[in-house]
Design a protein around this ligand. Sequence first.
Ligand SMILES: [Zn+2]
Length: 422
Amino acid sequence: MAKGVAENEAQGHALGLLIEYYKTGDLQTWDDYNVAWTGATAGNIDYINSFIEVYNDPLGYRGSYESIIQINDFDMSQKMKVLSDNAQWFEDNSPLMAEHKKENVVGVTYKVVNVAGEAGDASPSTPIGVNLPNANWIRASVGSKSVSLGNIVNASNNAGTTGRLKEFVHDEEELLLEEEYGQLADKLHTALHEVIGHASGKLNPGVGETKETLKNYASTLEEGRADLVGLYYLYNPKLQELGLVTDWEKIGKTAYDGYIRNGLMTQLIRLNLGDNVEEAHMRNRQWVSAWAFEKGKADNVIEKVTRDGKTYFNINDYAKLHDLFGELLKETQRIKSEGDYKAVEALVEGYGVKVDQDIHANVLERNKQFSSAPYTGYVNPILVPETNDAGEITKVNVEYPESFVDQMLTYSKHYSFLPEVN
Ligand SMILES: [Zn+2]
């Protein structure tokens, strides 16, 4: 059925092989299918469907069934295209040393999709991104598909956070900005980080790849550098000139507030008191924030405020913070370009690993009131077709189940095909 309504021939061909595989269980057909699926990149709709991941089998052989139907995130794709088309402008106008800029920069291709429906092992607990196929020989010879599930990421970022947001913002303005511009600021930071950030800059002649020169600090340096490219351009009228935002200053302020709040406080929620920061992204968010806080101290750029026994960070001077981010961006690119291990070690160990114990205890205490479950379940949309007199679908309405419990009871009533006792 899906084969008959495929968007293009390549997609239809892959679906045909998948159907054949389901009928026969033949592993050669499975390989052929994966090659065809990987090559089918045109079109706006894509899917993951089969017995794929083996995480649930302790022996690592048996794949669990999963299904994801996804649609291109047209809004995000458009934003990333605008950035990619202007990649050279961003490179030319960045604060990097002239010898570290690329003469011909090409934006990185990054794909964001929205999930229309998930089933099997992908639901109700879902991945936030998918990178397939798993077979290394196909990845090496044909390639792979890597997508970020945009609406899932967005939902998980916003799950039950209003109370937490109110707890950690310094003032009413910060709260209102986040509520109005937070989502767009996040999207643009991701787009700038991926499309412009990872593409920017070049190594000095004769310097090896960062995994050789910067060793265990290579990924946190790279992630921090890409974040800094994003931060540098988020507070910039160019975004408005390109039609990506209607008020660049408010977007910039929102992004800076959120980054500092997370980097110096709220991400600590994920650690136990006494732990060091270990994960590469968490490290980079801390070293970027803590470095800017310290370097801006003399000018009171970011102020540490204590009110009723609670700690807050308030940004007093966004323009100066923008310049500090630019300065750190230039330095991180220098470290990368020269392969300066001593400098990256000092930066990461000095600002990104150790946690301020007083702030951490304070954050954990304030977070206690927001109990969050260790696992998250998602509700799937119910797609209801509208048809005309001829029975053709004219429109598809998106509805939602009353509640998560409601959804799960409906599933078990309609799709529970196995007997409870056998
Ligand atoms: Zn990255």
